[in-house]
Design a binder for this molecule. Structure first.
Ligand code: PMP
Length: 308
């Protein structure tokens, strides 16, 4: 059976989920998106993801055609329509169709809204057990005075250039620095280091995407009594950390055991990383939008579509 995709108010078969080549998301990367996970029927931190999406849209001056609550229901319905309890959800909002110029005023229609629920596995299991090797990218993260990394925009070329550097070096991720040489994040993940039993992650003003997983790890760590600091540090601090790990909706929590050919501590995932990963997964299964909370009428419609 074909996957059903939400496209501008309708659920359509994957093969028919087609967007115009005049869409400014395609022509200019003009839009915003979210990557969200559902665990056992609980869409983890859905409200936080949707709020981040709406904040990005506000900065980009894209008028969202529905309320946050309505958007949450559509995301939840996309899972029910596809009979998913565990999924990776991609929510994409683009400026919509316009002419060939970049002027957003030439996109008179509503934004294009797409919700895809599917499966994704960023790294094989052994990477979670043994940890990841990374390099420092020569590509610097876009400075906040050019474009704020807090906006999860459809233009990911800055990150993709770093990803290409990781690929060229045969490693799993690339650490990105800002123009002053401070560690900001990775191409698609936030970064944490552990030093003397304290957890340190770059401060948001450095220009990173303020990850929902990052913020949840901070919450989980503090609830376990761990001191968490959001501050600046350099690649030297990464090399000499007791533990290093990355976080993201796709990657979840994954240890880093080598950076630029330097072994981190003894080269195996550390205890705090393991504890936080376990506690995070537990938290993610219970914190968020439960599919069982979908209003009865929406649930009935979605189930009817699923049965087709
Ligand atoms: N930084 C970047 C650049 C990202 O693309 C992502 C999302 N993959 C993250 C950090 C992690 O954010 P989140 O935890 O919200 O997925």
């Amino acid at each position: 059976m074909s996957l059903k995709i939400y496209l501008n108010g309708e659920f359509v078969d994957k093969e028919k989920a087609i967007v115009s080549v005049y869409d400014h998301g395609y022509l200019y990367g003009d839009g915003t998106f979210e990557g969200i996970r559902a665990y056992k029927g609980c869409i983890f931190a859905l409200r936080e993801h949707i709020v981040r999406l709406y904040n990005s849209a506000k900065t980009l001056m894209i008028d969202m055609p529905m309320t946050i609550e309505e958007m949450e229901r559509q995301v939840a319905k996309t899972l029910v329509v596809n009979n998913f309890e565990d999924a990776y959800i991609r929510l994409v909002v683009s400026r919509g169709s316009g002419d060939l110029g970049l002027d957003p005023r030439k996109c008179p229609n509503k934004p294009t809204i797409v919700i895809i629920s599917d499966k994704i596995k960023l790294y094989p299991d052994e990477f979670y057990q043994r940890g990841l090797e990374v390099v420092t990218a020569s590509t610097r993260r876009t400075p906040v005075d050019s474009f704020n990394g807090k906006v999860k925009s459809l233009n990911y070329l800055n990150n993709i250039m770093a990803r290409i550097e990781a690929n060229n070096n045969g490693v799993g991720e690339a650490i990105m620095l800002n123009h002053q040489g401070y560690v900001v994040e990775c191409s698609a993940d936030n970064i944490f280091i552990v030093k003397n039993n304290e957890l340190i992650t770059p401060a948001p003003y450095l220009g990173l995407l303020e990850g929902i997983t990052r913020n949840s790890i901070i919450k989980v760590a503090r609830s376990l009594g761990i001191t968490v600091k959001e501050e600046v540090f350099t690649i030297h601090d990464v090399y000499n950390a007791d533990e290093v790990f990355l976080t993201g909706s796709g990657a979840e929590v994954v240890a880093v055991v080598r950076a630029d050919k330097r072994m981190i501590a003894n080269g195996i995932p550390g205890q705090m990383t393991k504890t936080l990963r376990e506690n995070f997964i537990q938290y993610a299964c219970s914190y968020g939008y439960k599919l069982s909370d979908l209003p009865a009428e929406d649930m009935k419609n979605a189930k009817a579509m699923a049965a087709k």
